[in-house]
Design a protein around this ligand. Structure first.
Ligand code: ATP
Length: 754
């Protein structure tokens, strides 16, 4: 019970007692004064005890003060129910030490060699530029100073005469005259006479020395020294004669004006958000927000960590980012409020950049310098609002980018494709369904390539390529399965395995821009979705990477199985919560990760999820078509040298999945309506041991699951098939021959039609 409650209780008790019947009523007479003083004396100890009592259930209701309407009491009248737990003892010292968040000893920018190098480069470049700028203009500066030297000489003579005549004391002497203070005036005049005598002597001596030195120089000094001396004198006089409003030296660089972010400015901006809770606090004269750390410089901006009032969340602020920017008097692209991972939803990290993120200069893509790379190394992808490099491992991952049209999806995909191109071992499959040839630079180095506005032929080509990639999954799985454990302990592609050309486990990247055109294709959409899902699910460990881009991230255009399984997601500006969550993942919008808060000016800027422990705002590196062309030419040369350049005349690779249905039909006689999966696999292995032999070595259950997965892209599902074995009825998963036959017939019909 707090102090106010207690007072209230005693007031009510007093009122009750006044109204209470006399001693005969049987009630105890309470001496209120005594009660009050006892209460005051024991206030502290009671508080402590109440905590203890509430912790001990047996102590509830034992007090005599059980009556009343305090909401913390039970209605039974048996005593107070303490709803506040015992005074928290808090974490022990060791717990606090263990849970303490350590701030880095060495600042982040010093720990990153790349950032340190970049910072040093910028500083060196800055001063180098200044030196060059002024060196080139130094003759102009000298001429200006020479022109100003007569003015300087006149100023020098005038200043010297004023000094000799003690002009600085004149106002005081005049003041004594005005006050008609004869004594003061006489004292000041005497002091002035003495000063003038001394200063005249100094001036005469200095002129004699000066003229002597000048004469000596004129007579004795070599010509160059005379020149230097006259030059120095002219420059010095010119400097003295310079005008305040016309500087001799012009500015070499215009440094951006950095407005300091203060707590007042931040508080003012939050108060202007129109959030009722903050306004309520402000009306009480309290700050609506609570700063959790000093506001400090962080990269090229300011960082403020703060708590919002109870019940207000970061999402409320994100919804009002524009108002916040207005309150801070900054452009929208400078203001980035973010939730703090691991903290409560009311903790905001507000980062206010000096410059608009979309307009701030971005360092060039680091891979431009290296020329080639390995996909097993992290790919530099972009920069965060603070200008720090953001990269991620593309290997063992898949990538999805989505946005409204024209926000930078193609550029976002291109960066990754370029990184893949720079790895000469990487096999590329490049497909684009805008039909504008955005990825045409990649055609010469791609094993399959297509560009078209969602037309049947291009979609079919893409699905064929997907089937080939799907077949690759099987082949690669077989290769990995057959490797000894000491060579492949993790059952996945490693750099060492990828380097063994004979195994064919090199990285394989398939990119599909505007993939909605494929997934919504009337005839092939379903199959494409099944294939993409399988590639995403199984490809990771097998060195197969799928990159998808879409401008229509909705349930029809982007099947749930795909959006739910992609590892790395990049969402540029989208219109609403469904698109946001479709690209970034369920509940992201609710958790304050909102790509809806970007504007049309935020080109290339989006939320990147899955690349690090927390979602982050990233601006992808900007590589236009012309630069991509240059990089692809180099990649082509590197591939030619490594012998990995795709041969356009080579016969089309066999689509491993293509013959599966025909093979199944071949091993199931027409009179056998239903067959168990494991039986089919055994027969397939007999038919084509080179292709299905590995399947046969699996356990019965694995065989069943494997065939089920292999048939899924064709829309064929396995069901329960019953058999009587030794008089007992056994149920196992199997397939219907009719279903296979119908699918094959339909496929052949479609092929003939197109
Ligand atoms: N990282 C970036 N930095 C600066 N500008 C960028 C960046 N990425 C893209 N842009 C600009 O955004 C514009 C649109 O980019 P892009 O063509 O990639 O959009 P898109 O989302 O693929 O469009 P569409 O949906 O029409 O295909 C480009 O003209 C480019 O100048």
């Amino acid at each position: 019970m707090n102090h106010d409650d207690e007072n209230d209780f005693f007031n009510r008790l007093e009122a009750d007692m006044t109204a209470a019947p006399g001693p005969d009523s049987g009630a105890d007479v309470v001496d209120l004064d005594k009660a009050r003083s006892a209460r005051n004396e024991s206030a502290d100890s009671t508080a402590a005890e109440s905590g203890d009592r509430s912790a001990d259930p047996t102590a509830h209701g034992s007090g005599s003060e059980s009556a009343g309407s305090d909401p913390t009491r039970s209605g039974s009248g048996s005593g107070p129910v303490m709803v506040d737990g015992p005074a928290p003892a808090g974490l022990g010292f060791m717990d606090r030490v263990k849970g303490a968040k350590r701030r880095p000893i060495v600042p982040m920018w010093l720990m990153s060699t790349a950032e340190l190098k970049a910072a040093t480069g910028w500083v060196a470049g800055h001063y180098g530029h200044k030196a060059g700028y002024h060196a080139l203009r130094s003759p102009v500066y000298a001429a200006r100073l020479a022109l100003l030297s007569p003015r300087g000489a006149a100023k020098f003579v005038g200043d010297t005469m004023r000094w000799v005549a003690d002009k600085e004391g004149e106002p005081v002497r005049l003041s004594a005259v005005r006050r008609e203070d004869a004594a003061e005036y006489l004292k000041l005049s005497r002091q002035r006479d003495g000063r003038v005598r001394l200063r005249t002597l100094v001036a005469v001596l200095a002129s004699i020395i000066g003229m002597g030195a000048a004469l000596a120089l004129y007579v004795l000094a070599p010509g160059w020294l005379q020149m230097v001396s006259v030059g120095a004198l002219l420059l010095a006089l010119g400097h003295l004669g310079r005008r305040e409003d016309a500087p001799v030296i012009t500015r070499a660089v215009d440094l951006p004006q950095v407005q300091r972010l203060t707590s007042d400015i931040v508080a003012r901006a939050f108060a202007a958000l129109g959030i009722a809770e903050i306004n309520k606090q402000a009306a009480k004269g309290k700050p609506g927000i609570e700063f959790k750390a000093p506001i400090q410089r962080d990269g090229k901006g300011w960082r403020a960590d703060l708590d919002l009032p109870y019940g207000v969340t970061v999402s409320d602020v994100l919804d009002r980012r524009e108002r916040l920017a207005s309150g801070l008097r900054k452009s929208l692209g400078c203001v980035w409020p973010e939730p703090v991972p691991g903290e409560h939803p009311g903790r905001v990290m507000l980062w206010v950049g000096d410059q608009d993120m979309a307009r701030a200069p971005q360092p060039s893509w680091p891979l431009l310098k290296t020329g080639t790379t390995s996909l097993f190394k992290p790919v530099p992808y972009g920069t965060d609002p603070r200008g720090r490099l953001v990269g991620f491992d593309l290997m063992y991952a898949n990538f999805l980018t989505g946005a409204m049209p024209g926000r930078g999806k193609t550029f976002a995909l291109r960066i990754l494709l370029l990184a893949a191109a720079m790895d000469p071992t990487c096999e590329l499959h490049t497909w684009e369904f805008k039909g504008t040839g955005d990825f045409s630079s990649f055609q010469p180095i791609s094993h399959s390539y297509g560009s078209g506005p969602g037309d049947d032929a291009t979609v079919e080509g893409c699905v064929d390529a997907m089937e080939y990639v799907y077949g690759e999954l099987d082949r690669r799985a077989r290769v990995i399965n057959g490797l000894p454990k000491d060579i492949c302990p993790e059952n996945k592609v490693t750099p060492a395995l990828a380097a063994k050309k004979s195994l064919g486990l090199h990285p394989l990247v398939m990119s599909i821009d505007e993939c909605q055109e494929v997934f919504t294709h009337e005839r092939l959409g379903k199959k494409a979705a099944e294939l993409a899902t399988a590639i995403i699910k199984r490809g990771r460990a097998l060195g197969v990477i799928l990159l998808l881009g879409t401008q229509r991230p909705d349930a029809d255009s982007l099947p749930k199985a795909i959006s739910a399984n992609v590892g790395i997601r990049f969402c540029l500006q989208v219109m609403g919560q469904p698109e946001n969550d479709m690209v970034l993942g369920t509940s992201m919008y609710k958790n304050g990760i909102r790509a809806t808060s970007f504007t049309a000016a935020d080109l290339g800027i989006g939320y990147l999820v899955g690349a690090g422990p927390n979602p982050q705002i990233v601006r992808s590196y900007y590589i236009d078509n012309a630069n991509a062309e240059v990089i692809c030419q180099k990649a082509k040369a590197a591939r030619a040298a490594a012998g990995t350049l795709p041969n356009p005349d080579a016969p089309k690779k066999e689509k491993a999945a293509d013959t599966l249905l025909a093979d199944i039909l071949a091993v199931i006689p027409a009179d056998e309506a239903k067959v168990w999966n494991e039986t089919v696999v055994e027969r397939l292995a007999e038919l084509r041991p080179e292709r299905y032999g590995d399947w046969a070595r699996m356990s019965g259950e694995e065989q069943t699951a494997h065939l089920t997965a292999a048939l899924k892209p064709y829309g064929i599902a396995a069901g329960q098939v019953g058999r009587r074995i030794d008089g007992k009825f056994v149920n196992k998963r199997g397939i219907k021959r009719d279903e296979i036959a119908t699918t094959v017939a339909e496929r052949n019909r479609n092929r003939d039609a197109s």
